[in-house]
Ligand binder design. Structure first.
Ligand code: HEM
Length: 524
């Protein structure tokens, strides 16, 4: 499949007659390309041999290296390979030397000693465009400016106080979601519903209001733009594995697609910024992210000036990193509860007894929902929404045990493989929230066996934001409704396939039937 993608730019030449009517041209082109590839392969094999001791890994082919062994979903094929080659494995992905980390012990060894060395990010084709040339937080190289951006994220945008200040937005949007459930007759597409919820919440929190329909007479709405951007970020791009072949992106249509989506998003951000700078804009109760970023931009006491590109890049981060991950988690959690009636019964009993007599669960009730929190941890363990986290790159040479890892090696941390490790988890593929009831393990990044939000200094700064949104949505869905599979679908029939992309969604949408639980109280 990946080989097909590599060749697709050549195969999909817009004018098929052009090459075939010039066989001589075609021959020269092929000979040149083959010689170039051979030279590169020889150079890379020599480099590999020169390296003293790389971690073990599967045998590689010339040119493509191990790319042909990556089947979709990639985290599953890496898990399979790690079973044969161990918790630290070397793969040559095209011309990119790559290591894969697949166990909690190995992760601990690396991050206890070399956190900074492993805190770089590679420059990837679509990501660098959407991040305004890596001026954002997710893709910015490690260094002083990233530290400043990260500080802004931690203390200004996603701090506990700021997350708390958006409580009303979350509760309103959850109510709107429950209203849509109430209005629907028959089966409900929970995948769509949860995507709308997380998009709306992030939109209001980041931009100050919803931009759900078309804007400024354009042909494409924000959610469509984000969906396209996610697809481009998660898709295979030849330039990410053969940087010298980046020019092919011009011919296979990728460059044009990225450019189109980027330009539309950029226009939207310009419009939002203009709206925020307009002195006639009505005062709001709480600052949204754009308010905060514009205020910080004007602050002369800041050591590193905040560029417009960094503001726009940070906004894209919030959408790309925050919406899909939260909505995928809500869908996987409901899917697992439907498959596990014992867990469903127990969590509903808990929510309904803690919130007895209330119409809705409120955020102040969440600390008492101990089993629901275990359900969420278990769901994030079995279905980490970013199973390979976000790619890293080593910033200098380092030694891991006897192995030598050169600078600029790409690093994938397989959170799914770590969750499925028998050394850390009993019956790891079983969905059993009870395993967390008497355990101090959580997902804050301190416990290497559970890392859905990543690890080390580049771990997710939006964890609290994401968790509270998922918990309040889940608690209310479970409090107000009984959930069943549509008529004729059995638990065993549920499609558990994972979609391929930057976030691990459930491939087939989750359709469920909801019956309201009679409300017999006077509270709200
Ligand atoms: C269930 C929800 C979420 C999950 C599972 C999740 C997961 C992740 C993961 C795995 C990473 C990469 C960490 C690493 O490299 O070690 C990450 C990074 C990041 N996330 Fe999240 N995330 C979630 C929600 C959010 C939200 C709601 C926001 C913001 C509104 C957010 C903002 C970010 C940012 C800015 C980074 C980049 C950090 C850096 O490179 O310094 N995330 N997230």
């Amino acid at each position: 499949m990946i080989i097909e993608s590599l060749l697709s730019p050549l195969l999909s030449c817009r004018d098929p007659t052009m090459m075939s009517s010039h066989p001589f041209l075609m021959l020269i082109f092929n000979v040149l390309l083959a010689s170039f590839m051979l030279l590169l392969t020889i150079k890379h094999v020599k480099q590999s041999l020169r390296a003293k001791r790389f971690p073990p890994g599967p045998w590689r082919l010339p040119l493509v290296g191990n790319l042909h062994q990556l089947m979709n979903p990639i985290h599953r094929s890496l898990l399979h390979l790690a079973k044969q080659h161990g918790p630290i494995m070397f793969l040559q992905l095209g011309s990119i030397p790559t290591i894969i980390i697949s166990s909690a012990d190995m992760l601990k060894e690396i991050f206890r000693k070399h956190d900074i060395v492993f805190s770089g990010r590679p420059v990837l084709y679509s990501a660098s465009k959407f991040s305004y040339n890596c001026s954002d937080i997710v893709f910015m190289p490690y260094g002083e400016i990233w530290r400043e951006m990260r500080k802004i994220a931690m203390t200004e945008l996603l701090s506990a106080k700021r997350v708390q200040s958006f409580q009303a937005v979350r509760e309103e949007e959850v109510c709107l979601m429950l209203d849509s459930v109430a209005r629907s007759s028959g089966s409900i597409n929970l995948s769509d519903l949860s995507m709308v919820l997380s998009n709306n919440v992030i939109c209001r929190v980041a931009l100050g209001r919803k931009y759900d329909g078309r804007f400024a007479g354009e042909n494409i709405g924000l959610s469509e733009l984000l969906r396209e951007a996610q697809e481009l970020l998660g898709g295979f791009c030849i330039a990410d594995f053969f940087p010298w072949m980046g020019w092919l992106c011009k011919f296979n249509g990728l460059e044009a697609r990225v450019e189109k989506i980027f330009t539309e998003l950029d226009k939207l951000y310009d419009k939002v910024i203009q709206e925020h700078l307009d002195p006639r804009r009505p005062k709001t109760q709480h600052e949204d992210f754009v308010d905060v970023l514009l205020r910080l931009q004007k602050d002369p006491s800041r050591e590193v000036a905040l560029s417009n590109d960094s503001i726009k890049g940070a906004l894209t981060d919030m959408f790309i990193a925050g919406t899909d991950t939260s909505s995928a988690t809500l869908v996987w959690t409901m899917t697992e509860l439907i498959r596990n009636p014992h867990a469903m019964r127990r969590v509903q009993e808990e929510v309904r007894s803690v919130c007895e007599g209330k119409k809705r669960v409120q955020e102040k009730d969440l600390p008492q929902l101990v089993y629901l929190k275990s359900v969420l941890k278990e769901s994030l363990r079995v279905h980490p929404p970013a199973p390979l986290l976000a790619p890293r790159e080593t910033m200098e040479d380092c030694k891991i045990g006897d192995y030598e890892i050169p600078a600029r090696t790409r690093v994938y941390i397989n959170a799914l493989a770590i969750s499925m490790d028998h050394k850390s988890w009993e019956n790891p593929s079983e969905f059993r929230p009870e395993r967390f009831l008497d355990s101090s393990i959580d997902f804050s990044g301190q416990h290497y066996e559970l890392i859905p939000f990543g690890v080390g200094r580049r771990g997710c700064p939006g964890m609290n934001f994401g968790v509270v949104l998922i918990e309040i949505a889940l608690a209310n869905l479970l409090h107000s409704y009984e959930w069943e599979l549509p008529h004729g679908v059995s638990r065993e029939d549920l499609d558990m396939q994972e979609a391929f992309g930057v976030t691990m969604h459930k491939k087939a949408p989750l359709w469920l039937v909801a019956s309201p639980v009679p409300y017999c109280g006077a509270g709200h």
